[in-house]
Design a protein around this ligand. Structure first.
Ligand code: UDP
Length: 320
C-alpha cells in the first residue's frame, strides 16, 4: 500500500517509515523540518519505496497531491514538546489545529483513512490513574500555556470524530504516552534524551519539581508497530486508543537509573518548575495508560521495557 506520513522526518514519523518499508509498503513523507530533521531519514533517501517532500501541511496544493497519491494517511506533523509549547504558544495552537483541519479536509475528498496522532497530555490533571480512553479530560486554566497543547490536540480529536460521524470519513485516533527511543532530541524538553545527554557530558542531571511525578515511557518501536497494525483493523475506525506502556517510574528514580547506567559522575539537581518552564507551571503527578482497548483489538503488548529503552538511547547518544 501507499502511505503518507505527515511529520515523516520526525522522531516517531521516521521510525514509522522504517516499519512500513519493512512491511513492504511505499512511504511518502511530508515534513517541514521544524522539529524533524533530514538526519532522521538520511538512511532512507536511496530506498526505492521511500519518497519525501520538504514542505508544510498547510501548503494545500502539495498536501492535496500527496493525499491523492496515498491509500492511508498518518498525520503526525505537530508542534510537540512542553518547552516549545510554553515558549511558542501561538505556533503550537495554529500548527496543531490548522494542520489537522487541512489534512482531514483533503482526506475527505476521496474518503482516505486518516490516523491522527494525539497525546496522553489530553488527560491533563486527571488523577484517575490509569487513564481510560472514555475518561474525562481535566485541563487547567487558559492562562497556563501548557494546556494549550492538550486543548489543541483535543480539538483535533473532536474534529476527526466529527468528520467520521457527519461525513463517514474513516479516522483512528491514538493517544501516545511519552514515546521515547533513538532519534528523539532533548531540544524540546523531553526528559530521557536530556538526562542521557547530561549524564554522558558529566553535566548536572536536571530534575524539574521534586521528582516525585511519574511517567510511563513507551518504546518508539512498540508505538509504530501498533500504529501500523491499527490501520489494518477495520474495527479501529471511529475509535480512540491509548498507546503506551504501563511500567511507571518517578522522574527522580529515572535520573538515578540514567546516572547508574551511564556510569556518570553527574550530580542530580532539582530545579523548580517556575525556573524550568514559567511562573505557575502545572505538571501532572502521574500518567499511566489503560491499554486494555488496544490489547483486545490488535493484541498490543509493549515489548521493550525501560532498562532496554535506556540502553538503546544511551548507545545512540554515545555513537553521536
Ligand atoms: N523533566 C525533568 N527534567 C528535564 C526535562 C523534563 O525533570 O530536563 C520532567 C518534566 O517536568 C516532566 C517529566 O520530566 O515531569 C516528563 O517530561 P517530558 O517533557 O519528557 O514529557 P511530558 O510528560 O511533560 O510531556
Amino acid at each position: 500500500m501507499d502511505f503518507l506520513i505527515t511529520g515523516g522526518a520526525g522522531f516517531i514519523g521516521s521510525h514509522l517509515a522504517d516499519q512500513l518499508l519493512r512491511e513492504g509498503h511505499r512511504v511518502f513523507a511530508l515534513d517541514n523540518l521544524s522539529t524533524g530533521s533530514i538526519a532522521n531519514i538520511a538512511h532512507l533517501k536511496s530506498h526505492p519505496r521511500f519518497h519525501y517532500t520538504i514542505d508544510t501541511v498547510s501548503n494545500e496544493p502539495v498536501l492535496a497531491e500527496m493525499v491523492d497519491q496515498c491509500d492511508v494517511i498518518f498525520h503526525l506533523a505537530a508542534a510537540v514538546g512542553v518547552k516549545l509549547i510554553v515558549e511558542a504558544p501561538v505556533h503550537t495552537i495554529e500548527t496543531n489545529v490548522h494542520g489537522t483541519e487541512v489534512v482531514l479536509k483533503h482526506a475527505n475528498k476521496k474518503k482516505k483513512l486518516v490516523l491522527i496522532a494525539s497525546t496522553s497530555e489530553v488527560y491533563g490533571k486527571s488523577t484517575s490513574v490509569p487513564f481510560g480512553e472514555d475518561d474525562d479530560l481535566v485541563l487547567g486554566s487558559t492562562k497556563k500555556h501548557r494546556w494549550a497543547y492538550a486543548c489543541s490536540k483535543a480539538i483535533d480529536e473532536f474534529l476527526a470524530l466529527a468528520y467520521w460521524k457527519e461525513k463517514k470519513l474513516p479516522v483512528i485516533i491514538v493517544r501516545l504516552f511519552n514515546t521515547v527511543g533513538p532519534r528523539q532530541t532533548g531540544q524540546y524538553g523531553m526528559v530521557i534524551p536530556n538526562f542521557v545527554r547530561q549524564a554522558l557530558a558529566g553535566q548536572p542531571i536536571t530534575v524539574f519539581g521534586d521528582g516525585t511525578q511519574t511517567r510511563s515511557f513507551t518504546y518508539v518501536g512498540d508505538v509504530v508497530c501498533a500504529l501500523a497494525a491499527l490501520v489494518r483493523e477495520p474495527a479501529a475506525v471511529g475509535e480512540v486508543f491509548n498507546v503506551g506502556n504501563t511500567e511507571e517510574i518517578s522522574i527522580r528514580a529515572l535520573a538515578e537509573r540514567v546516572k547508574q547506567m551511564t556510569g556518570s559522575h553527574s550530580p542530580i539537581v532539582t530545579i523548580p518548575y517556575d525556573e524550568a518552564y514559567e511562573a505557575g507551571f502545572e505538571d501532572m503527578p502521574r500518567r499511566v495508560p489503560d491499554i486494555a482497548r488496544i490489547a483486545a483489538l490488535i493484541g498490543y503488548e509493549p515489548k521493550v521495557q525501560l532498562d532496554e529503552i535506556l540502553s538503546r538511547v544511551i548507545e545512540y547518544f554515545r555513537e553521536r
